[in-house]
Design a protein around this ligand. Structure first.
Ligand code: DOR
Ligand code: ZN
Length: 354
């Protein structure tokens, strides 16, 4: 590949998004259309209201997603179950044959719609044991929720207090630490022996921005997500990890739409909507690191290898071109408006939209 500055267009296979919120109902028109433009598969998060914590809910949700795939597109929704008290070891036993790809654990109170999550890791041990036995991946929102722990420390404390013991107790459990945000998480991932199946997803916002973007010059709710943006040292560590070619780190946007009025609110919701143009956002970050040549494996291969799903070529390819453009101020979102991540700002890259 030529040096970064000389690359004017990237032609890549469609991406896999290994962490995506599509929401439900009328929202699906926007979210499925946007994501399926550039993603051929996505792991779909189950934090709906009520949570997707049984097979019927997952089947209905999948059917609703499929109805919203624009004609001519090939998009596979990899369905997850929400680890609530309704998940039993029997659920885990049947999960694979019922088309469930993974189980997501939201510690109770950690983020959007996590009220039905489980707060005690010990209470989940029988479930984790069954998942380990059956090869069902565990996706983790890795933050403690103790009120005495500073919001900027919640991921690091989770790693030390919860994840390290969990990893030790279930050495064969496949674990993805979702949307990592800290140098500590990177260091942890790098410390794990290769035989242990542990990986991490990284979002575009955590590669591009630090907490100044959120807090300096006025509070910017559209940069608020959880885990919250951290400091520049953390961002640099994430960028280094994502562009290092280490297969433990792969793409998961955590694109998480909330209507404009729910974000611009005295108690605004957490989540950044990146599904509009996520590949362009990632290209911007990889370009900054001088590593555009590392984007393809991060976006199209490492995650698929980790989950042992095929990486065969699809007919459609994605073109990301070097073309200065401004991200729209807002998007239609059912009856509301949605503000995309980095709205009204310029990017050097654009994905070709049909
Ligand atoms: O910012 C976030 N938004 N983080 C999450 O963990 C959940 C997500 C959402 O569903 O809104
Ligand atoms: Zn998420």
């Amino acid at each position: 590949m030529p040096p970064n500055q000389q690359i004017t267009e990237l032609t890549l296979p469609l991406f896999d998004d290994f962490h995506l919120h599509l929401r439900a109902g009328n929202a699906l028109k926007r979210t499925v259309s946007d994501a399926s433009f550039w993603a051929r598969r996505a792991i779909v998060m189950p934090n709906l209201q009520p949570p997707v914590d049984n097979f019927d809910l997952a089947d209905n949700y999948r059917a609703d997603i499929i109805k919203n795939i624009p004609a001519g597109r090939n998009f596979e929704a990899l369905m997850t179950l929400y680890l609530s008290e309704n998940i039993k070891t029997d659920t885990v036993k049947q999960a694979k044959e019922r088309g469930i790809f993974a189980i997501k654990w939201y510690p109770k109170g950690a983020t959007t719609n996590s009220e039905q999550g489980i707060s005690s890791v010990q209470a989940c041990y029988p479930i984790f044991a069954e998942m380990e036995k059956r090869g069902v991946p565990l996706l983790i929102h890795g933050e403690v929720t103790d009120t005495d722990i500073d919001i900027f420390e919640r991921e690091a404390v989770f790693i030390d207090r919860v994840l390290i013991p969990l990893r030790r107790d279930f050495p064969a459990l496949q674990i993805t630490l979702e949307h990592i945000t800290t140098a500590r998480a990177v260091e942890y991932l790098l410390s794990i022996p290769e035989a242990e199946k542990t990986a991490a997803t990284i979002t575009p916002q955590h590669l591009l921005f630090n907490r100044n973007q959120l807090l300096v010059g006025g509070i910017k709710p559209h940069f608020y997500c959880l885990p919250i943006l951290k400091c520049e040292t953390d961002r640099k560590a994430l960028l280094q990890a994502a562009t290092s070619g280490n297969p433990r780190f792969f793409l998961g946007t955590d694109s998480a739409p909330h209507a404009q009025h729910k974000k611009e609110n005295s108690c605004g919701c957490a989540g950044c909507y990146s599904a509009w143009n996520a590949p362009a956002l990632y290209a911007q970050a990889f370009e900054e690191a001088g590593a555009l040549d590392k984007l393809e494996n991060f976006a199209c291969k490492f995650g698929a290898d980790f989950y042992d799903i095929a990486t065969e070529n699809y007919e459609r390819v994605l073109k990301i071109s070097r073309e200065e453009n401004t991200i729209p101020a807002n998007l239609d979102y059912a009856e509301d408006k949605l503000i995309p991540l980095f709205a009204e700002n310029k990017l050097n890259w654009q994905i070709k939209k049909n």
